[in-house]
Design a protein around this ligand. Structure first.
Ligand code: F6R
Length: 245
């Protein structure tokens, strides 16, 4: 894993945007895997700013999001559909029909899970997947204990994850209990992975990722088996590991 150490959240976002924009500018058809949450917000802002200033076009880009809550409508401000439209898609020139998220309101969830993985495969696989990391090491919504060979599936969210995400909802009770997420193997099939990590609340997770063993108890540890992972982490996230870098 290649680690790029940056000062703070702003620099992490800027560096990540540079990596993505560089690839997008090459102009080849490209499948970009995206995440939600607090971590990639600054990245999306930087992509929007670049699009407005420099006209970088996303007409040839198709996106696949990692996950979606079960039971939230698209127009619910807490749905990841809404988050992506509001944080990125509405502000760049990507055609709407080239932006995919798992459907958290599907009639048949097994079918939806299979369909999502099939779709990614049929369109050529993910070229670059952006990831954040949960304090418990989750990637996507793959909580500790998720088999490494898992494909897209339905998960029951851990209480710690619901609590971490409650900041976006009125009350903890409003946070959905289930989500649909790309599986670990779906993520590992990406040709390249860009993991963004910022803040001291992630320092423990970074320490486990860099120095712990590869184990399903810490889902992100699987990334050590991938041949093309870049981590962009800020000083606070690396505070527990700086000495040994
Ligand atoms: C969201 C996702 C999650 C988040 C993780 C960290 O699409 O995949 O794994 O990346 O929960 O969330 P933040 O960035 O809010 O700390």
């Amino acid at each position: 894993m290649n680690i790029i150490q940056v000062t703070d959240y702003k620099e992490m976002s800027q560096k990540a945007a540079e990596v993505i924009i560089h690839k997008v500018k090459q102009g080849n058809r490209m499948n970009l895997g995206l995440a939600t949450g607090g971590t990639p917000k600054g990245l999306y802002e930087a992509m929007i700013e670049d699009h407005q200033k420099n006209g970088t076009s996303y007409q040839h880009v198709t996106t696949f999001n990692l996950d979606e809550y079960i039971g939230l409508k698209e127009q619910d401000p807490n749905s990841y559909y809404y988050y992506m439209a509001d944080s990125l898609f509405n502000h760049i020139d990507i055609p709407k029909f080239q932006t995919y998220l798992p459907n958290g309101l599907a009639d048949d969830y097994n079918h939806e899970c299979e369909h999502y993985d099939r779709l990614i495969k049929a369109l050529g696989g993910i070229d670059l997947q952006v990831l954040g990391i949960g304090q418990n090491g989750h990637i996507g919504f793959n909580e500790p204990g998720t088999p490494f060979q898992s494909s897209t599936h339905i998960v029951t969210l851990e209480e710690s994850t619901r609590e971490a995400n409650a900041r976006y909802f009125n009350t903890l009770d409003d946070v959905p209990t289930h989500a649909i997420t790309m599986g670990i193997s779906s993520i590992m099939n990406s040709k390249e992975i860009l993991l963004l990590v910022s803040g001291e609340e992630k320092a423990d997770a970074m320490q486990k990722l860099l120095h712990g063993e590869i184990s399903e108890d810490f889902p992100a540890s699987v990334l050590k088996r991938h041949s093309h992972v870049t981590i962009i982490a800020d000083q606070k996230a690396l505070s527990g590991v700086l000495v040994s870098l």
